[in-house]
Design a protein around this ligand. Structure first.
Ligand SMILES: Nc1nc2c(c(=O)[nH]1)N(C=O)[C@@H](CNc1ccc(C(=O)N[C@@H](CCC(=O)O)C(=O)O)cc1)CN2
Ligand SMILES: Nc1ncnc2c1ncn2[C@@H]1O[C@H](COP(=O)(O)OP(=O)(O)OP(=O)(O)O)[C@@H](O)[C@H]1O
Length: 212
C-alpha cells in the first residue's frame, strides 16, 4: 500500500503489487475443502521427496504456513517426527531470516504468521540446510518466485548463492516452492536480486523442476 493524496492508504499499482493482490484474492476465494486437500497433498509430496532425496539426517528449512498457503503444517510435524531437523524462520526487520528448531512454542506474529519462540539459531543456520521451502504466491518458467514483498527470503537466499562452488562440498540447499497448480505462471517480473528456485511442489504435479 502507498500513501495517497491527503495521506489515505491506496493499493499500489506496481506490477508485483497488483499480482500479489490478485493471487491473494484467488487463494482466499478457494473452497476450504479443496484448499485442505491441496495443502495435504503438497505436504505428502514434500515428505516423500525428503525421504527419497535426502534421508533422516537431513536439515530442512520450512515455514509456519498461513491458512491460505499451500502447505499443511502437519507435514512439518511429520517431517520432524521422521528425525529430520526442521527449522522455521523468524522475521528480523531489514535482515536475513533467523531460524528456530521446530517443533517449538509459537506466538501470534506480524502479518498473521506464527512466530517461533524457540532459541534463535542465527541467520547462518540456513547454510546447514539440505533443502529450503521458500514460500511463494507464484513461480514462473525460469524459477522466478513472487513472494510477499518483504524481501526476507531474497536477503536470505542471496547469502546462499555464493555457496555454490565454494571450496569443500560446494553444495547449497535445494530451493523448493510449494504453490497451488494454478500458480505456475509463464512469466513474472524479475529483478536482479531475485534468486530462482530449483523445484516447485503442487498438489497435482508433485515435485518438479521449476524451469519448464
Ligand atoms: N508462512 C510464511 N512465513 C513467512 C513468510 C511467508 O510468506 N509465509 N515470509 C515471506 O517472506 C516471511 C514473512 N513475511 C510476510 C510478509 C507479508 C505477509 C502478508 O502480507 N500477510 C497477509 C495475510 C496473507 C494471507 O492471509 O494469505 C496480511 O498480513 O494481510 C505475510 C508474511 C517469513 N515467514
Ligand atoms: N539481497 C537483498 N538485500 C537487500 N535488500 C533486498 C535484497 N533482495 C531484495 N531486497 C529488497 O526487498 C524488497 C522486496 O523485494 P521483492 O519484491 O523481490 O520481494 P519478494 O521476493 O516478493 O519477497 P520475499 O523475499 O519476502 O518473499 C525490495 O525493496 C528489495 O530491494
Amino acid at each position: 500500500m502507498q500513501d495517497g493524496p491527503g495521506g489515505q492508504r491506496r493499493p499500489s499499482t506496481e506490477p508485483k503489487a497488483v499480482l500479489r493482490a490478485e493471487l491473494g484474492r484467488a487463494r482466499r476465494a478457494t473452497d476450504p475443502r479443496q484448499r485442505a486437500a491441496d495443502r495435504a497433498a503438497v505436504g505428502r509430496h514434500v515428505l516423500a521427496w525428503v525421504a527419497e532425496r535426502t534421508g533422516p539426517d537431513a536439515v530442512v528449512c520450512g515455514y509456519l504456513p498461513l491458512p491460505t498457503e499451500p502447505l499443511d503444517p502437519a507435514a512439518l510435524d511429520r517431517l520432524a517426527g521422521t528425525g529430520v531437523t526442521v527449522l522455521v524462520p523468524r522475521v528480523r526487520p531489514d535482515a536475513p531470516l533467523d531460524w528456530c528448531r521446530y517443533p517449538c512454542p509459537t506466538a501470534a506474529g506480524p502479518f498473521g504468521i506464527r512466530e517461533p519462540l524457540g532459541p534463535a539459531l542465527g541467520t547462518d543456520a540456513v547454510r546447514t540446510a539440505d533443502a529450503v521451502l521458500v514460500p511463494a504466491l507464484a513461480v514462473d518458467r525460469s524459477g522466478t518466485r513472487l513472494g510477499r514483498g518483504g524481501g526476507h527470503y531474497d536477503r536470505t537466499l542471496a547469502g546462499l548463492a555464493g555457496l555454490a562452488g565454494l571450496a569443500g562440498t560446494g553444495r547449497r540447499p535445494v530451493l523448493l516452492s510449494p504453490v497451488f497448480d494454478g500458480e505456475l505462471a509463464d512469466h513474472l517480473p524479475a529483478e536482479p536480486h531475485d534468486v530462482p528456485v530449483d523445484l516447485v511442489v503442487t498438489p497435482l504435479g508433485g515435485v518438479r523442476p521449476a524451469r519448464r
